[in-house]
Design a protein. Structure first.
Length: 345
């Protein structure tokens, strides 16, 4: 296979699968694979509402912009919070992956949380079509995650997936190609970051930015005691003096800060299992649970969940890409039906 630029040269007009996430957007192109993975962030001029940067470049600006520039995340809790900015972001990403080539508009499969309303689904489809899609079909994230994780979702066998994204945690038990029982919880990666910000504010009178909190989560965060605990310097702004301030935080403190949202996610898993038919619960006890999404990478989360529910837990091979891989598999399998206007939701 040739270089990415060579592959993108042949993308014009091809159908796409999009994981339109609160934290990151990933795009899979039919016959090519994953061609884009960028933060779901847009930097705009607040006076003209014109976008100045999108994706990686825009994320670098978070917390570092002058008054007339604002870095916006157009999705919140898995749904569109700013329709116009979301449309601009999608338009930019579509143009980027098609390399500006002429061709028929692509059909698009887009993942949505299982708990969103019909109005919110319509907003996702509209944003995609206004951004340049010929047609947009939605598929529920748990189904895409289960497909991408290689679970036997079409068999008469219970499969369970826990997808911890940026804005939502999706928990579902699937059998015979359908979701039997599910929970969509608007507590996920963003809430973990906010928990760290709140803890620093309460315990140290220290103001932290979003990106700093995310870095602390990735480097020091855990859901289960570590073999070797450690400490590190954390820099922020003193809320009393307004001056820069450095503290020394421990991994135990960060784990304590994260305890509430982590417990809420585990409770959602327990509630979903509690609502499962006995036969499917027995299948899951034998087959185990697959966890995916960025939250699956939280240090010790697998061990904590395993100890809480007493079932084997497996982390998906590519947890950050599982949903878009599953969406791409759906796209490849249904490419002939998409033209007929099917709805996967």
């Amino acid at each position: 296979m040739g270089s990415l630029s060579t592959m993108l040269g042949a993308v014009g007009g091809r159908d796409m699968a999009v994981d339109l996430g609160t934290a990151n957007t990933l795009i899979y192109v039919r016959g090519v694979g994953i061609v884009l993975e960028e933060p779901s962030v847009v930097a705009i001029n607040v006076n003209t509402r014109r976008p100045l940067a999108v994706g990686v470049e825009a994320k670098r600006m978070i917390g570092r912009t002058p008054n007339h520039i604002q870095a916006i995340r157009p999705l919140k809790d898995g749904v569109i919070a700013d329709f116009d900015v979301c449309e601009e972001m999608l338009r930019y990403f579509i143009h980027k992956v098609t390399a500006g080539r002429w061709g028929p508009k692509p059909r698009m499969v887009i993942c949505v949380p299982s708990g969103i309303t019909g109005v919110e689904q319509r907003a996702v489809r509209d944003a995609a079509e206004f951004a340049g899609a010929r047609e947009a079909v939605v598929i529920e994230e748990p189904m895409a995650a289960a497909l991408g994780a290689g679970l036997p979702i079409n068999e008469a066998l219970g499969s369970m997936v826990v997808d911890i994204g940026g804005g939502t945690t999706e928990v579902a038990i699937i059998s015979l190609g359908g979701i039997v029982v599910s929970r969509s919880l608007r507590i996920a990666g963003d809430e973990l970051d906010n928990a760290i910000i709140d803890y620093a504010k309460k315990e140290y009178s220290l103001a932290l930015g979003e990106r700093t909190a995310e870095t602390i989560k990735l480097k020091m965060g855990s859901a289960h005691p570590l073999v070797e605990e450690f400490e590190a310097e954390v820099r922020g702004r003193d809320l009393v003096t307004g001056l820069p301030k450095t503290i020394v935080a421990t991994t135990e403190e960060v784990r304590q800060a994260l305890s509430e949202p982590v417990s809420a996610i585990i409770d959602a898993v327990k509630d979903t299992l509690d609502g499962a038919p006995a036969e499917l619960a027995a299948d899951i006890m034998e087959q185990g649970v697959v966890i995916t999404g960025g939250g699956a990478l939280l240090n010790g989360f697998r061990q904590r969940l395993e100890s809480e529910i007493g079932m084997p837990i497996r982390v998906a091979v590519d947890p950050l890409q599982t949903v878009v891989i599953g969406s791409g598999m759906y796209l490849e399998a249904h490419r002939h039906q998409l033209a007929g206007g099917i709805r996967a939701s």
